[in-house]
Design a protein around this ligand. Structure first.
Ligand code: XMP
Length: 513
């Protein structure tokens, strides 16, 4: 658990929006961490220095056997609690209220009538909230009163003011709830008494001293990809231990066109001999031969990365620590406790269980992407670097669907370079948060010259998003897509078809694998 001055515990019961809750709280400049309900004890919570607790939503019915439940005592620690959706029902259940299934449930935007008091301060009597539930609190527990309702939900919110226990059936963390931020702010500031004084400088100085303490007079090897996260991690560690930090850039042969040179040209001048480039394409491609399953690819790449770093470490006379740029969404999306695994991020779930370092240091492990960027700015990293699009650790291996081969990689590299060029030329670079090409494993019939061709299908993907947890497809002008498509089919032999991905996240993810 962290040593932050003010912090809110988000107790995770398996809801879809848990990370968003923590983000919203952090937007108020208060630290917040998501912890699976069954990975902490009542004593951990009592002694954890929390100013408040938020119970998340979740897919279960509280009354069902085996449903996730925390100890009732959590509600009696004197720490304010806000239950959201399932968390609201759980609070009612633990306190002796009655929960029942409702006919058909409530989903989507719903009119909320609320009291204007307590956590509803500055919320108009009528506003819009986002609902997603089947069950409802039918009878509130003793000592509680109802503070909001909707047409189909008589207890859309409840409170026991004396004990600082609050429940809301709707989701204040999603942007569709008009006054969601106000409600969370009222809870965090008025009820929990937080002041919201957490600054980026605090994050930098506490991280630097934690890393310094952990590494002592040892050395650390930083896995540097040239992306925002690993660059910021390297800058933090550089501040902590100076030239006892060695940065290793692995060219695994899965990089975009000209990427390796760009990274080398950026970092070599800054780090000098402490920047080491390893050309490991052959090694990675050999291990990926014949592998088609995305999770398997990720695991192999994760493991090969570590083995490559170990080799470098041994050549350098064994380095004590490995530094990685893992960020908070990577940690949560790789699956903890009840949260189901979406993808094993190569730098989290893909780690082999035995590694030859004294430990791994992940200075950004608790930070969201926007916080990482603020840290980068605070450390005076160049803006071009801080604003770079994310590029996944497994690289093009998860954008070449099916087996990864040199030939497919080379087609994808060219297609991706064309798309990037056209997006920049067309002034779309700042409009989309991330854009790239994917090479599918489906062939389709086309006509090139006057002859029938049967060739590859390339997908273009561009998304807009703040946090990469949810995303929309970018409304890229047709003219730009047309230019990219024409150039790809004209210039890259073997490609007969180009399609544009118009799926959001959810239900899709940003990457295809
Ligand atoms: P998804 O596909 O999960 O991607 O919606 C969300 C963001 O994360 C990036 N991504 C990764 N980054 N290692 C990384 O460092 C990975 O294994 C990985 N997988 C996805 C993705 O590019 C997007 O920005």
């Amino acid at each position: 658990m962290s040593s932050e001055k003010e912090k809110i515990l988000v107790l995770d019961f398996g809801g879809q929006y848990d990370m968003l809750i923590a983000r919203r709280v952090r937007e108020l400049h208060v630290f917040s961490e998501v912890v699976p309900y069954d990975s902490v004890t009542v004593d951990d919570i009592r002694n954890g220095g929390y100013s408040g607790i938020i119970f998340t939503g979740g897919p279960n019915s509280v009354e069902d056997e085996g449903s996730p439940r925390c100890d009732r005592e959590v509600l009696s620690l004197g720490i304010p609690v806000l239950g959201i959706c399932y968390g609201h029902q759980l609070m009612a259940y633990l306190e002796g209220g009655r929960i029942v299934g409702s006919a058909g449930g409530e989903y989507g935007k719903v009119e909320l009538i609320s009291s204007g008091k307590g956590i509803f301060k500055d919320v108009p009597e009528k506003s819009i909230c986002w609902m997603s539930h089947n069950d409802v609190v039918k009878d509130v527990p003793e000592g509680f009163s109802v503070t909001a309702e909707t047409a189909d939900c008589a207890c859309a919110a409840m409170v026991n003011e004396k004990r600082k226990l609050y429940g809301v059936q709707f989701h204040p963390e999603v942007t569709h709830t008009q006054f969601g931020k106000t409600i969370l702010k009222n809870f965090v500031f008025d009820v929990c008494g937080c002041k919201g004084e957490r600054t980026t400088e605090d994050i930098v100085s506490s991280t630097v001293s934690e890393c310094r303490e952990k590494i002592g007079d040892g050395r650390a090897l930083c896995a540097l990809s040239g992306g925002v996260d690993s660059s910021v991690a390297a800058a933090l560690l550089n501040r902590a231990i100076g030239d006892r930090l060695i940065c290793v850039f692995v060219d695994h042969g899965l990089l975009r066109k000209d990427e390796a040179e760009l990274v080398e040209n950026t970092f070599r001048p800054i780090l000098g001999d402490n920047f080491i480039r390893v050309n490991a394409a052959e090694r990675f491609l050999k291990r990926l031969k014949g592998v088609t399953e995305p999770e398997k690819k990720r695991k192999i790449i994760g493991e090969e990365f570590i083995r490559t770093f170990e080799d470098v470490s041994h050549k350098l006379g064994r380095v004590d620590y490995l530094v990685q740029g893992t960020i908070y969404p990577d940690v949560i999306e790789s699956g903890k406790g009840d949260a189901s695994t979406i993808k094993s991020h190569h730098n989290v779930g893909g780690l082999p269980s035995v590694i030859d370092f004294d430990g791994i240091i992940e200075p950004l492990r608790m930070l969201f992407k926007d916080e990482v960027r603020s840290v980068g700015r605070c450390l005076s990293l160049p803006p071009e670097l801080i604003e770079r699009q994310p590029f996944p650790g497994p690289g093009l291996a998860i954008r070449v669907l099916g087996e990864v081969t040199e030939e497919k990689l080379s087609v994808l590299r060219e297609a991706d370079a064309v798309f990037r060029e056209e997006m920049i030329k067309g002034g779309q670079n700042e409009k989309a948060a991330q854009y790239f090409a994917v090479l599918t494993d489906s062939k389709s019939v086309g006509v090139k010259g006057d002859a029938r061709s049967y060739g590859l299908t390339v997908v273009l993907r561009a998304v807009t998003t703040d946090d990469f947890m949810t995303a929309e497809f970018a409304r890229v002008p047709y003219e730009i897509l047309e230019k990219a498509s024409n150039r790809i089919t004209d210039q890259i032999s073997g490609v007969t078809r180009v399609v544009y991905d118009i799926t959001g996240k959810p239900p899709a993810t940003v990457e295809w694998e």
